[in-house]
Design a protein around this ligand. Structure first.
Ligand SMILES: [Zn+2]
Length: 379
């Protein structure tokens, strides 16, 4: 199947970039028969969309972390597919009953924060259920009684697939249900589906798919749902070179959703791929947005050659996300990579302050006087 072509056909073009809020999805949801299941801390509606007549029940939710919008875009692309007359879309509705919460944390989405309006990380609230958004997610889980859960997130640009300099464009996790990270039938089923999605994604993004750390935390929703007996898959949409808007990654998540769901109805999900799952490369924190190497810095008359790194902070200014680069690390930085890398060949560092890069300082500087960098990039 030509998944790329399929995505092109069903992509929801009104959703673009990183800042996706209720205002963006409400006109789209108006086309479907959706329920409002409750309100966020700041009173925004939280929507549920149920569709399909199949026996296999799949529960998906996105943007429980407000600033993690890539998978929301992929979900709406997927909704266009299943609401079309396309053969595959129709097949999905025959095999599955889907329940979607496309935006669990609309306040965080608006504020462009991970947390909700009470500054609580909803993915660390699965025991206390202290927040209305966490309660609504759990209530939907209890009522719908899913066979599978897809827990949809974004990850930061810091992750590599392995440690050899490949970026982690998509990461997965079959969460643990206990401290010993044991494998039972439930967890094993999630692993099998991940193996199938990885196999497909490797054709599009070879060596850029990885496996998230499986340390147990019952406060995390995926761990909790696995503990409650439902195979749950964590999807992490990550960086792809020069794709800070995550439009390419959005396509990869769409492909993952489709290939994972196809695998479920085409196969017995018995969970016999544990060993293959563990062969998927591990996620490692090896990337910076910017890495400058062999930079000469004058510390009080003493010149040293070192490296330093910068990261983008995504800052919401006047309703738009700005990518602002700040110095984040100075030192050897062995084994680290930059999405943007520059070898200064011992040129001297200068800036408008005291000519020493400092953490959290804006990445505006020059190397060897003539080579200027603004917002991290050589101009
Ligand atoms: Zn997240």
């Amino acid at each position: 199947m030509d998944y790329i072509e399929l995505h092109k056909q069903f992509k929801e073009n009104s959703l673009f970039g990183r800042y996706i809020t209720s205002k963006d999805i409400e006109p789209l949801l108006a086309k479907f028969s959706v329920d409002v299941i409750g309100k966020s801390v700041l009173g925004k509606p939280i929507y549920k969309y149920t569709i399909g007549s199949g026996e296999i029940k799949v529960f998906m939710w996105s943007q429980m972390h407000g600033n993690e919008s890539t998978t929301t875009k992929s979900v709406f692309d997927f909704l266009n597919l299943i609401n079309s007359s396309d053969e595959l879309g129709q097949r999905f509705l025959k095999e599955f009953t889907f329940c979607f919460l496309p935006m669990v944390n609309p306040d965080g989405a608006e504020l462009y924060t991970r947390e909700n309006a009470n500054k609580i990380d909803l993915n660390r609230d699965s025991i206390d259920l202290s927040q209305p958004e966490s309660q609504l997610l759990r209530q939907t889980f209890n009522e719908f009684k899913p066979d599978y859960c897809f827990n949809l997130h974004d990850q930061r640009t810091i992750f590599g697939a392995g440690s050899a300099g490949n970026v982690a464009t998509v990461s997965f996790l079959a969460p643990s249900f206990n401290e010993n990270r044991e494998i039972n039938e439930v967890r094993s089923k999630a692993m099998q589906i991940i193996v199938a999605m990885n196999e497909e994604l490797q054709k599009h993004i070879p060596n850029q798919v990885s496996r998230f750390d499986d340390g147990f935390n019952a406060n995390c929703i995926g761990d909790q749902f696995t503990l409650l007996g439902v195979p749950t898959i964590l999807f992490e949409a990550g960086h792809y070179p020069d794709d800070y808007y995550r439009e390419y990654t959005r396509k990869m998540i769409f492909i993952a959703l489709i290939s994972g769901l196809q695998h479920i109805y085409e196969n017995d999900i018995v969970g016999d791929k544990n060993a293959v799952y563990f062969e998927i490369t591990k996620n490692n924190m090896v990337f910076y947005d910017f890495l400058y190497k062999n930079v000469k810095i004058n510390y009080d008359g003493k010149e040293i050659i070192t490296n330093f790194a910068s990261h983008y902070k995504e800052e919401l200014v006047d309703g738009k996300i700005q990518f602002n680069a700040y110095v984040s690390e100075i030192g050897d930085l062995n084994g680290k990579f930059g999405h943007y890398q520059y070898n200064a060949h011992k040129m001297i560092y200068e800036d408008s302050l005291d000519n020493i890069p400092k953490i959290n300082q804006k990445a505006n500087f020059s190397l060897g006087k003539a080579t200027k960098f603004e917002n991290g990039v050589k101009i």
